[in-house]
Design a protein around this ligand. Structure first.
Ligand code: GLC
Ligand code: MG
Length: 581
């Protein structure tokens, strides 16, 4: 009798466990995968012109699969004169000729689909190229297209010279206004002169961009990363007596007056109208989902206060982006930060995001120095553990799986307008984004296996002979292999559904715990070069034996090693994934 009761009890226990797990909401494709950003110009060059291209990407899709990534986001591959390397689009409906043809794009998506990889494109709604048909027609006096842009009269100064309408500045130095003789007015460009801002108070522009979205979805893409979306609207000048008001000084220390950060962008960024355009885009994406069942995703690129960033998730019954990029690990902390600072940067997004939405973790992109350079090259595994084992979507900039570092690009070789425009051969590295855009490092061959050309569009970074895919594939331990193991590990329910708690154990060591059912994992990252013996029992429910599941490549430990939770030694820059026995 007793035995039967015991059995019944055990059956009930198992059943309740099973119910717990089954109660988890079914996760959608984008919630389970890693997003991998490809900068097409720098990934792989198939035709030997020194410039990456679509066929290059297609030829490397197996590699994407091999590292455990299920979705790629391509930086712009649309027709462009390349004043801002593709973010200045002259034809939103065409492939840039240096990158290939529409057929090449179709081959890319077909191959990706075969391999189970989703393709996400960059949507650049804020501006077109000045060489686009739209802008050219505007200059020729075509009213429809004139109204696509933002025009304003100049002001005559005391000396009788024409000056820009107000003090607004471009992100890339100097006035955000450019005079056009043919029109007799200035047009607004928040980025380079070749990127005239589109006018989102004009319903034709809104409709045009909706059509761009539809066009590429119908070509088979699974969503968009939306560029510079908080710049979409400027203040409504009707409310300001028909003139755009000056922006106030930011008071930023030691910043030139023509530098974008010298102003507080209260009239050119984060305007309320923006969010509703984003929610409307989501409705378009959802129309396609209603037709074929596939969720199309939106990732919004916004550097703003956390309160503004989370508005992109939606409001009330309006849905917005599934992935409003969380840039805190780029903007708030780096190699000089304490473990407490890093903990706070992580907890910040988790604190503010709506409870029923997914967090996301971004630590690098084509606009910021590489993760390994901003933190420390030895911290690569620890950083990838953070990005891939925290609750939410992981985003990887190409090369972070290898720990690529910034390349050196001389003033002569610098091409990024952010680096060139200030025309400052001494300090250009403060602004240039070329170092994080140097060619991908595939092997020890010529140009790191990126291209057979004699000259690549940016120089290949030094050290590629030993820092490349081929070497890391062959090595017994490498960042690449840790990354692959992490990509597999994050499929475990504990990382998909589990809860999260974090602690700074001292000024250098960050630890976090993920738990689900009876499983507990602890990730420990020593962000500096000092050794410690850690007491991990400060984390709730952590005691007795812990087993090493994964460790950084320089770690003196081995997988399977056991440690008493109250005395775990950790070496400088060591990072560990531990499991409670
Ligand atoms: C975004 C892009 C950046 C580009 C800018 C203008 O910030 O990431 O590369 O220069 O928008 O489109
Ligand atoms: Mg090429």
């Amino acid at each position: 009798m007793r035995v039967i009761f015991l059995l019944l009890f055990l059956v009930a226990l198992c059943a309740s466990n099973a119910i717990d797990r089954n109660n988890e909401p079914e996760q959608d494709w984008w919630q389970k995968t890693i997003f991998y950003q490809i900068y097409p110009r720098s990934f792989a060059d198939s035709d030997g012109d020194g410039i990456g291209d679509l066929n290059g990407i297609t030829s490397k899709l197996e590699y994407i699969k091999e590292i455990g990534v299920g979705a790629i986001w391509l930086s712009p591959m649309f027709q462009s004169p390349m004043y801002d390397f593709g973010y200045d689009i002259s034809d939103f409906y065409a492939v840039h000729d240096e990158y290939g043809t529409m057929e090449d794009f179709e081959a890319l998506t077909a191959k990706a689909e075969e391999l189970g990889i989703k393709v996400v494109l960059d949507l650049v709604p804020n501006h077109s190229s000045n060489e686009s048909e739209w802008f050219q027609k505007a200059l020729q006096g075509d009213e429809k297209y004139y109204n696509y842009y933002i025009w304003e009269d100049g002001v005559i100064d005391e000396d009788g010279n024409m000056q820009p309408p107000n003090n607004w500045l471009s992100h890339f130095h100097d006035s955000a206004w450019e005079y056009k003789e043919e029109v007799g007015k200035y047009y607004l460009h928040q980025f380079v002169v070749g990127q005239p801002d589109l006018n989102y108070r004009n319903p034709d522009v809104v409709e045009e961009m909706n059509n761009v979205i539809r066009f590429w979805i119908e070509k088979g893409v699974a969503g968009f990363r939306v560029d510079a979306v908080n710049c979409l609207f400027e203040v409504d000048k009707k409310l300001w007596g028909g003139k755009y008001p000056d922006e106030p000084l930011s008071g930023a220390y030691e910043v030139a007056l023509n530098d974008h950060s010298s102003l507080n962008h209260i009239y050119t960024k984060d305007q309320n109208e923006t969010y509703y355009v984003v929610y409307d885009w989501r409705d378009i994406l959802d129309e396609y989902k209603a037709k074929d069942g596939l969720t199309r995703i939106m990732m919004t690129e916004v550097y703003a206060s956390i309160q503004n960033v989370i508005k992109y998730y939606g409001e009330g019954d309006r849905e917005g982006a599934q992935i409003p990029f969380n840039f805190d690990l780029i903007t708030d902390v780096d190699g000089s930060s304490s473990a407490n600072d890093i903990k706070r940067a992580i907890d910040n997004f988790l604190t503010y995001k709506p409870v029923d939405k997914d967090a996301n973790w971004v630590i690098g992109n084509h606009d910021n120095n590489r993760m390994a350079s901003r933190y420390h090259p030895e911290l690569v595994d620890g950083l990838n553990m953070i990005i891939l084992l925290l609750p939410g979507v992981g985003v990887t900039y190409m090369g972070e799986e290898l720990g690529l570092v910034d390349g050196y690009v001389s003033w002569e070789d610098t091409v990024d307008p952010a680096g060139c425009n200030p025309n400052d051969p001494i300090n250009y590295e403060n602004w240039s984004r070329d170092p994080e855009r140097t060619p991908f490092q595939w092997s020890a061959e010529k140009n790191a296996g990126f291209s057979t050309a004699d000259k690549t569009w940016l120089p290949v970074a030094e050290g590629y002979e030993t820092l490349n895919v081929e070497v890391q594939r062959a090595a017994e331990r490498s960042h690449l292999k840790v990354y692959q193991a992490l990509a597999a590990l994050r499929q475990d329910p504990v990382f998909r559904y589990g809860r999260y708690e974090s602690l700074a154990l001292n000024q250098d060591v960050l630890a976090f715990r993920r738990w689900y059912d009876n499983e507990i994992y602890i990730v420990v990252v020593n962000t500096k070069d000092s050794e410690y013996v850690l007491d991990l029992t400060y984390l709730e429910n952590v005691e007795k034996d812990l087993v090493v599941v994964l460790r950084s490549i320089e770690s003196p430990k081995n997988e399977g090693d056991r440690f008493e939770a109250n005395a775990v030694p950790i070496a400088g820059y060591e990072a560990l994934v531990l499991r409670k026995k």
